[in-house]
Every structure is written in structure tokens, then in C-alpha cells.
Ligand binder design. Sequence first.
Ligand code: ATP
Ligand code: MG
Length: 147
Amino acid sequence: EQVNLIKLAEDITEEMQLLAKQNQHIVYQHTGSTAIVNIDPNLLKNSIINLISNAIKYSGENTFIEFNSEIQDEYCIITVKDNGIGIPEEEQKNLFEPFFRANNTGNIPGTGLGLNIVKRYVHLMNGEVSCISDPNKGTVFTLTFRL
Ligand code: ATP
Ligand code: MG
């Protein structure tokens, strides 16, 4: 299915901005000469919503959440970056396991299923998901698809 990534992403941004905290701004930007991709829009939308929900939940007020898409050669790369609590280094390997919750979540609620679902969805789309996180600084999740 041919999907306009910019349209999909702008809709998600608008929807998720309503759920953001005081002065948390979700900023979306696309780079690339095209934005038309052949990726399941429902799986993609759900995956991105999960990542942005986490970015909102695990970062404070007055922060930016950067949501980017890029089409470069035969790859589509989507990133969600926050300036939140980050994930302790030694726990990062468990991120995508069902019911995993890091030990720095305090009283922030969650079931630990969101990222496991993202991983399953991304694999159904023949993509990859990865994470780079710096405790107390922030986190970037990257979805990569070969077009
Ligand atoms: P839910 O099932 O409602 O999504 P959850 O947010 O706890 O609950 P996941 O989305 O699977 O579960 O995330 C798993 C854990 O990974 C979180 O509990 C948190 O410890 C950590 N985590 C995920 N995203 C972030 C992020 N952006 N910043 C910091 N920690 C994160
Ligand atoms: Mg979550």
C-alpha cells in the first residue's frame, strides 16, 4: 500500500500533541525527495504512537520531542528522540522483552508491553527497531525499513 509518510506523520503529531504534558512540544520534520512509501499504515502508525507515548511519559515538562522521517536511497528511517529520563545502560538489552520496565521509572505507570508490540509490528513490516539511550539525558528510537 502506497502511503504518504508526511501526511501520516503530521496526523500522528497532531493527535499526540493533545496528549503531551505542559509545554512538551512534538516537532516533526521530513527529509528526502519523496515521502511515498509502501509500508502498512496501521502497523506503522501504531508503532510510532507507542514510541511517542513513551517519549511523552518518560520526559518532563518544557521539553521537545523530535520526530523525524527520512528517505535516503532505498531506506526509510524514522526516529523519535526525547530529552527524558533515559534507560540505564545495563537494562537496555531487555527493552523489547514483554513486561520489561527499567528500574528508573519510579511511580510512572506502565505494563511494559508497548515496545514488545512495536518490535512485533516492525518485524511484520520487515523493518528493524533500535534504541540509543543516555541515562538522564534522553533516548532515541529508530525504525528502519528497506523500501
Ligand atoms: P506500556 O505497556 O503502557 O507501554 P511501558 O511504557 O512501561 O508500558 P514499554 O513501552 O514497553 O512499556 O517500555 C518498556 C520500558 O522501557 C519502560 O517501562 C521504560 O522503563 C523504558 N522506556 C521505554 N521508552 C522509554 C523512553 N523514551 N525513555 C525512557 N525509558 C523508556
Ligand atoms: Mg510504553
